[in-house]
Design a protein around this ligand. Sequence first.
Ligand SMILES: C[S@@+](CC[C@H](N)C(=O)[O-])C[C@H]1O[C@@H](n2cnc3c(N)ncnc32)[C@H](O)[C@@H]1O
Length: 223
Amino acid sequence: MKLSKRLQHIEQMVTSDYTHIWDCCCDHGFLGSSLLSKQAAQNIHFVDIVPDLMSQVESKLQRFYPNSVSAWKTHCIDVSTLPLQHYEGSHLVIIAGVGGDLMRQFINDIHQSHPNVNIDFLLCPVNNQFELRQQLITLDFSLQKEVLVEDNRRFYEIILVSSISNKNSPISAVGDDIWQSITAKQANVVKQYLERTLNHYNRVQQGSAASVEYIINAYRDKE
Ligand SMILES: C[S@@+](CC[C@H](N)C(=O)[O-])C[C@H]1O[C@@H](n2cnc3c(N)ncnc32)[C@H](O)[C@@H]1O
């Protein structure tokens, strides 16, 4: 199964050696399966809340990865209840393909349940990136890497953060590196994403009593 461009970029951002990688909201488990093929970690966990999906993923893994070098496990649970306490070692929690508000909830719940565990989160929300970033800043997380990807005329921020505070690697409310481009092609992606984001918040501003002018101004600084 060939991964979408978005999922390929997420996969490429898994470079450290983790004991456990959690492919959360895994759906059909494409990303986790690819990580399993690459032996990206000692253990790959597949997490989704839908029982039918998880039994299909379990069957596929049994069939295609019976003797995998990396161990794998499926979990039919809510991502908010990730059982990290039962698994020793380092953790990368990947959450992609869901909205920023739901993602904020997941991260908050996981962090509250495991306040002393150093967790890396690799995040790719489908919307509300600003609000998600605000939450990461409030939790005092630190930035490891961020990229902007265009896939099928949609734009995605992919953000790798650590739950450990690091004053030298702060998270920006609107992003920093995602606005940089070396190639003309990426410059065009950046331009379109900025235009689309500003249009979105201008529409929100018109239809809402609450002011989002500070968000618009923060993005305008990137023009
Ligand atoms: C659009 S898919 C994302 C698939 C893949 N991660 C990607 O980025 O392409 C969203 C998945 O999130 C799952 N999901 C939604 N809420 C969840 C929750 N609270 N806990 C676990 N999985 C959840 C859904 O069942 C669905 O399979």
